[in-house]
Write a protein that binds this ligand. Sequence first.
Ligand SMILES: [Fe+2]
Ligand SMILES: [Fe+2]
Length: 305
Amino acid sequence: MTVTSKSVSTRLLNSSARHSYDPDVDVDWDLPFEPDKWFMAPQRMSLFGTPMWESLSEDQRIELSRHEVASIVHMGWWFEVLLMQGLLREIYQSDPRSARTQYALTEIGDETRHSTMFGRVLAKGDLPRYGPPRQLQRVGTLFNLVIRGASLYAGALLVEETQDRWQREIMHDERIQPLTRMVARIHVTEEARHVTFARDELARVMPTMSRAERTWHQAIAAQMAIVSMRCLVHPRVYASVGLDPREAHEVAVNNPHYRASIAWTGEKVMPFLMEQGLVAKPHLGIWQKSFLLPQPPKGKVSTTS
Ligand SMILES: [Fe+2]
Ligand SMILES: [Fe+2]
C-alpha cells in the first residue's frame, strides 16, 4: 500500500466518524408522498422530450416518475449488494490493523444502511419489484466471481459518480418529493467518501498491472458501463401509464435527451477512467452504447445489447 492510500483511508475513517447517518432515525419515515410532486427530476426521465412524453398527462408523467425512480433505486440496491460482496473479498486476506481494511469495512457498513434505506423507500411507495432482468441477475452472479481490483473500483465509480450527479440535482429540486430529496441528501454525503476511496484504489492498482491484466479490466469495465447505464429503467415501468413496454423502451434508448442525460451523469467519471487507461479503443463502441461517452452513436441503437 502506498503512503497516499494509507493517509486517504485514515482521513476517510475520521470523516466517517464525524459525518455518518442512521436512516432509521435520520429519515422522517412518516413524511407522506405529496400527490403533485415528482419522484425524480422530469428532465432526467427516459421519455422526456419525445412525442410519447407529450402524449402523457401531467398526472401520468408524475406516476411514471414514481415507477422510473423505483427501477433506478432497485438497480442501485443491486449494485450496492454486489459492491459489498466485492469489498469483502478484497479484504479477505488483508491486514486488519490497516486503515485501508478498516475503511473498506466502514464503507460496507455505510452500504448496508443505504441498501436498507432503499428497500424501505420502495416498500413505503408500495412499488412493484423491478430490479435487474433475470438474465442480468445470472450474469451478475458470474461477474461477482471475477470482478476484483481495478474492475471492482471502476464498477463502483461508474455507479457512485453517476448517481452522485443525479442525486445532487434531486436534493436541490423543490418539485420533488421531500422524502426522495432527504434520501438523496444522506446518500450523497456518504457516497462522496466512497468515490474518494475507489479513485485512490484505482489509481494505485492501475500502474501495477501487466498488459494482459489491463486488457482484461478494460473489457470488464466496458461491460459494466453498458449494464449499469442501459438497465437502469426496466421496460415494465412504462406499463404503469398504459404504454407498451417494448415500444416505449425503444423510444427511450433512441431519445437524444435521455442519451444526453446519461452523458451528463458521466461527465466527472469518464475523464478519470480515461486518464487511468480503463477506456480502450477496442471497446469504444460499447462505451458509446452505454451513452456515457458524449458523442452519441449514429443511427438507431439496438435494444437487445
Ligand atoms: Fe450507497
Ligand atoms: Fe457507495
